[in-house]
Each structure stands twice: as structure tokens, then as C-alpha cells.
Ligand binder design. Structure first.
Ligand SMILES: C[S@@+](CC[C@H](N)C(=O)[O-])C[C@H]1O[C@@H](n2cnc3c(N)ncnc32)[C@H](O)[C@@H]1O
Length: 222
């Protein structure tokens, strides 16, 4: 991923209907556990997420992001929070990929009520994001942005998760937001070595498909 020069927007990157659905799910999921956003960009959705929760019952919020999406990303997110009346110090920022941040969170026994997965959309990083669902409490919700055929890395991972783990269910899809509920504790790991091999095997195919689509769009624009 090449670094963009500056943030193009401080607003949420979710469409209005996706954001409304996300906030409704977040309010319902607020039951004493942590909230997690994987991939925050300028923190537009993060601000909305925090603001929709009652100040006296706000859960600990964790953000995992390498913060190299554009120049001064972390400072931009902190400024966005301040401008929205939120103390940036109240958010637990982990400047890291989700794969690198996961082992420490798991070792600390963290438990989450709500997870938004909106980081790198290629198949392998999304598979690695899925490891965090192990820390999701039963009844909790994990939302995936960009669930659809344009982002097969996201769609294939979500479909595979619910196909292989009967304790996960896709509750709804609003535009490109998939809401998945964890119904009970998992018997098997959500993401193990076999899942990583699966992702690695399909990665070149999806890479080829992406570049083919880009080339076709360029030819069509001529
Ligand atoms: C599509 S943007 C997130 C948009 C944001 N959730 C919103 O709704 O406004 C993707 C973000 O994922 C981050 N990212 C990229 N790779 C990541 C990874 N492996 N783990 C966690 N975050 C990642 C990028 O730095 C970027 O901030």
C-alpha cells in the first residue's frame, strides 16, 4: 500500500446507510466489553461510533492501524476526535497491523463486544483480521466493511467463516456492510494455519483479477 500524501476526508468512509446500521449495532452490543476498530483512516467512523454511545457507559475503545495510510495519520485521527469533543487519550491506539497486534491482546485475555474490520482488504490480511473474532464475546458482533464481489478478499473470508463455524451467522448486509453475530464460544480456532494457507493459495489469483480489472477499465476509458 503506497502512502497517500494527506487525508482526503475526515468523515466516515462508510455510506450513510452502512453507518446508520453500524451505529445501531454498536449501541445494542454495548455490554461492558471492549470495542475494536481495525483500520481507522482519519477516524471518521471512530468519532461517530464513540459519539453514539452514552458518555457514562462508553466501553474501552481500541484502534489497530499501522498509521501509514497518509502523512501524519495518527495526529489527524487525534485532531478529528478532539474536534468532535472526544478526548484522544480515551482511545487505546495500537500502531500496528492487526496480525502483529493480535498475540498481545490474546495473551492479555482481552474480550470484545464489538469489532469493525475495515483494514487492508486483500485476502491474507483479512484472514489475519479474523483471528480477533476469537476474542469476541458470545452475542457480540463483528462488522465487515466492503463485503461484496468488488472486494473478494473480504467476501470470501466472511463466507468461509460462517460456513466453517456454525456459531457465526451473517445477520444482515446493508450495502457493503456485513453484520456477523457470534452465537456461542467457538470450539475450533477461527483462523489457523490451514486458513492462512488457503489465503496464500488464492492471493495470486485475486491479485491477477484486480490488475486485469484495472487494465480493462483503462482500455474502456480510452
Ligand atoms: C478503508 S480505511 C478505513 C476506513 C475507516 N474505517 C472509516 O470508516 O472511515 C483502511 C485503514 O486500514 C489500515 N490498515 C491497512 N492495513 C492494515 C492492517 N494490516 N491492519 C490494520 N489496519 C490496516 C490503513 O492504514 C487505513 O487506515
Amino acid at each position: 500500500m503506497g502512502e497517500r500524501q494527506v487525508a482526503t476526508t475526515l468523515a466516515s468512509e462508510l455510506a450513510p446507510d452502512e453507518l446508520a446500521c453500524l451505529l445501531e449495532e454498536a449501541q445494542r452490543a454495548n455490554r461492558g466489553g471492549r470495542f475494536l476498530e481495525i483500520g481507522t483512516a482519519a477516524g471518521g467512523t471512530l468519532c461517530q461510533l464513540i459519539r453514539c454511545l452514552p458518555p457514562d457507559r462508553r466501553p474501552p475503545i481500541v484502534v489497530v492501524d499501522p498509521m501509514s495510510y497518509f502523512r501524519d495519520q495518527l495526529q489527524t485521527v487525534r485532531r478529528n476526535l478532539s474536534q468532535n469533543g472526544i478526548d484522544p487519550g480515551s482511545v487505546d491506539f495500537r500502531t500496528s497491523t492487526s496480525a502483529a497486534a493480535y498475540p498481545k491482546a490474546a495473551a492479555a485475555g482481552e474480550r470484545y463486544d464489538f469489532i469493525l474490520v475495515d483494514g487492508a482488504h486483500k485476502i491474507l490480511p483479512v484472514t489475519q483480521d479474523l483471528r480477533w473474532t476469537r476474542l469476541l464475546k458470545p452475542g457480540g458482533v463483528v462488522c465487515f466493511h466492503d463485503y461484496g464481489d468488488a472486494f473478494k478478499g473480504v467476501k470470501w473470508n466472511v463466507d468461509r467463516l460462517v460456513r466453517r463455524h456454525e456459531n457465526y451467522r451473517i445477520e444482515k448486509v446493508v450495502s457493503r456492510l456485513a453484520v456477523v453475530r457470534k452465537l456461542s464460544e467457538s470450539r475450533a480456532q477461527e483462523c489457523d494455519g490451514a486458513d492462512l494457507i488457503w489465503a496464500l493459495a488464492f492471493s495470486p489469483l485475486l491479485q491477477w483479477e484486480r490488475s486485469y480489472r484495472k487494465r480493462r477499465a483503462r482500455w474502456a476509458a480510452r
